[in-house]
Write a protein that binds this ligand. Structure first.
Ligand code: SAM
Length: 248
């Protein structure tokens, strides 16, 4: 997932990209932010896209730094919220070795570390680690590999949305996907997208200087995965991983 992918998708962002804020019906993420926010503190929204979280962050913090790799997304965010005066917008690539943000009391990073490149993901985690002050917080949300497998297993078993799931792929494509799967990169709308195991996150966060204080499933309705989920399909639900971390 390169900058050009996010720039290309920007005009149709609202239709194409999953809205975590809207679908987190229990508001677990909002509550995790609110519980640790302070009116004198500075927050970083890493991968803010069109700024869904800015109306949540702006009243809770002294200042908000909204950063994204896509200038089109940033323009859309700035145009949407002219009334929020404590926000500064910056275009930057958290997967670059050179971008360094420092001194934040909190960083939120919600479904932004999705690259299928291990190097890019490592740099992104490193940048977050440098951005957050000692004892500051990171609120990290990422797609769950467990949830992706659950959805696929249920889809196959109960033949849900059968016409939408291609049954055959070429040997070359299969080999590529198998290699990707071993890194947790699985297809979303045919784009290899990093998904994380809960235990993998514990390790990654610890190695980047974060103490994982809480890990929760952010659960969604099955309509977010399937066009026509059967009416009996309620629990378990598909989910992302919410990680509440403290910088050591
Ligand atoms: C799925 S959107 C999530 C947006 C937002 N956090 C939300 O919850 O609504 C992912 C965003 O991360 C941004 N992004 C991806 N890789 C990035 C990087 N290396 N540096 C900065 N932003 C990045 C993309 O441009 C995109 O806007």
């Amino acid at each position: 997932m390169e900058r050009k992918y996010w720039e290309k998708i920007a005009p149709s962002y609202e239709e194409e990209i999953f809205d975590v804020l809207r679908e987190d019906k229990q508001q677990l993420i909002r509550k995790a932010i609110e519980a640790r926010a302070s009116a004198g503190h500075q927050v970083l929204d890493a991968g803010c896209a069109v700024g869904k979280w800015l109306p949540v962050l702006s009243p809770l913090f002294r200042s908000v730094t909204a950063v994204d790799i896509s200038s089109k997304n940033l323009s859309a965010a700035a145009a949407k919220y002219p009334g929020l005066k404590n926000i500064s917008y910056q275009r930057a690539d958290f997967s670059s070795a050179h971008t360094v943000f420092k001194g934040f009391d909190m960083a939120i990073c919600i479904n932004a570390i999705l690259s299928d490149s291990m190097t890019k993901r490592e740099r992104f985690f490193d940048q977050l680690s440098k951005a957050v002050k000692k004892n500051g917080f990171l609120i990290l949300v990422v797609p769950a590999l467990e949830s992706w497998l659950l959805s696929r297993t249920i889809q196959k078993h109960y033949r849900i949305d059968q016409a939408l799931f291609r049954s055959k792929i070429t040997d070359t494509e299969a080999a590529k996907r198998y290699a990707n799967l071993q890194q947790g990169n699985v297809e979303i709308d045919d784009v290899a997208t990093k998904h994380y195991l809960g235990d993998e996150l514990k390790l990654t966060l610890a190695r980047n200087g974060f103490e994982l204080q809480e890990q929760h499933k952010v659960e969604y309705d099955w309509h977010t995965e399937f066009v026509a989920p059967p009416s009996w399909l309620k629990e378990p639900k598909p989910f992302d991983w919410l990680n509440v971390c403290r910088r050591r």
